[in-house]
Design a protein around this ligand. Structure first.
Ligand code: ADP
Length: 396
């Protein structure tokens, strides 16, 4: 069965076509800058690689252009859209409504719409992708895979905030967590690789544009560092991670800031961008730090320090550690960050082998010493294949 995976963002559509269950990638690509100037479509099959600038005013036009490539006589990979058995959609927020992957129907669409206010930047774009895909692939099953679903197994003491009960009961204010598809994928890879009995207590560390960590007991998320929205926990590219909320009230009540300005500051101008006066890519930050830039070095140390604090607390709630897993762009590629995090953690049983760590991963790697009690794994994440897998399993 051919399954098309779609990750529809506010101005982009990432797509990948899989043959399932073999997980073979038939083609993949990206439509970017939808509705902006110089929109571009990228298409890569096993034999072709094409980039084309064209007019793409909305998501419908974007997906139609993708389908044109898929069907093209010369470079295409299918003869008819009916060959696509299912379309798997990434949906960021499933609230408390969706604890697993679902086939999309009118009720599901209504519920996704009701969750717009919880993820105003993401869910409307994901929804738009669904509506467009239904029109273009009317014969395919449409499936929604939620970023929050994996974390729905968190116990109440992990997800509830210590504010009056009515805020949870009436307004659904609670920790949801994100990056669930990635945490689930790498945790399952780790369990398969190490064997379930050696991977009962895992911490997965997803470090990309957004960053989060999850404590995983016997394959289930029991706590995670992102919360109600996308700013909590670890220091990210442009997001602050945990701060004292009094800062917000002080800025607004005493220093004349508008609430929207503060929101923008915490979501876009903070994290590495704020700490390094403008850099967010770890390749640049590490190069500057190595050349003696103190702010960049402090930023890297702060990232590692925050992760180490979470690691300690997750080791405590898991009552031990079998493995830690690094994943996503930074986790897979930055030996510098992995080294800073694992320095002086031998009391937790973690010993990093610095030579093995000096690597970038394109497959599962173990980078601990021979005497380390805890396995230190680097596992490349693959959210698209996880979405294809879940879609395939659900409809079969
Ligand atoms: P996204 O959340 O946008 O999908 P990724 O998981 O692809 O992000 O991570 C992108 C980030 O990974 C880049 O911003 C960069 O900081 C980091 N990165 C990529 N390659 C390297 C590298 N070789 N060394 C250090 N960091 C890297």
């Amino acid at each position: 069965m051919k399954i098309l995976v779609i990750n529809s963002g506010s101005s982009s559509i990432k797509y990948q076509l899989f043959n399932m269950p073999s997980e073979e990638v038939i083609c993949s690509g990206l439509v970017e800058r939808i509705g902006l100037n110089n929109p571009k479509i990228k298409y890569k099959s096993q034999t072709e690689k094409i980039e084309k600038v064209c007019r793409i005013s909305d998501h419908k036009t974007g997906l139609e252009k993708v389908v044109k490539f898929l069907l093209d006589e010369k470079v295409g990979v299918i003869k008819s859209t009916s060959e696509i058995g299912a379309v798997g959609h990434r949906v960021v927020h499933g609230g408390s409504t969706f604890s697993e992957t679902v086939v999309i129907n009118d009720v599901v669409k209504e519920k996704i719409k009701e969750l717009f206010s919880l993820a105003p930047l993401h869910n409307p774009a994901n929804y738009e992708g669904i509506i467009v895909a239904e029109e273009i692939f009317p014969e395919a099953k449409q499936v929604a895979v939620f970023d929050t679903a994996f974390h729905q197994t968190m116990p109440v003491e992990a997800y509830k905030y210590a504010i009056p009960n009515k805020f949870l009961d009436e307004y659904k204010i609670r920790r949801y967590g994100f990056h669930g598809t990635s945490h689930k994928y790498v945790a399952e890879q780790a369990i398969q690789y190490l064997g379930a009995e050696n991977a009962s207590k895992i911490v997965t560390i997803h470090l990309g544009g957004g960053c989060s960590m999850t404590a995983i007991k016997d394959g289930k998320s029991i706590d995670t560092s992102l919360g109600f929205g996308p700013v909590a926990g670890l220091i990210m590219g442009g997001r602050s991670g945990d701060i004292d909320q009094s800062i917000i009230f002080h800025l607004v009540n005493n220093l004349g800031y508008e609430l929207n300005e503060v929101n923008n500051m915490l979501q876009k101008e903070s994290g590495m961008v704020g700490l390094t006066d403008g850099l967010s890519d770890y390749r640049d930050i590490e190069a500057e730090a190595a050349a003696g830039d103190e702010k960049c070095q402090v930023a890297l140390n702060m990232v590692a320090y925050r992760i180490k604090k979470y690691l300690g607390s997750y080791a405590a709630i898991l009552n031990g550690l079998d493995a830690i897993v690094f994943t996503a762009g930074i986790g897979e590629n930055s030996d510098v960050i992995r080294k800073l995090i694992c320095e002086n953690t031998d009391f937790l049983g973690i010993q990093l082998d610095e030579e093995k760590n000096d690597t970038r991963a394109s497959e599962i790697l173990e980078v601990q010493t021979a005497t380390s009690k805890v396995k230190v794994l680097i596992i490349p994440t693959n959210e698209e294949v996880e979405i294809a897998k879940q879609s395939f399993e659900l409809i079969n």
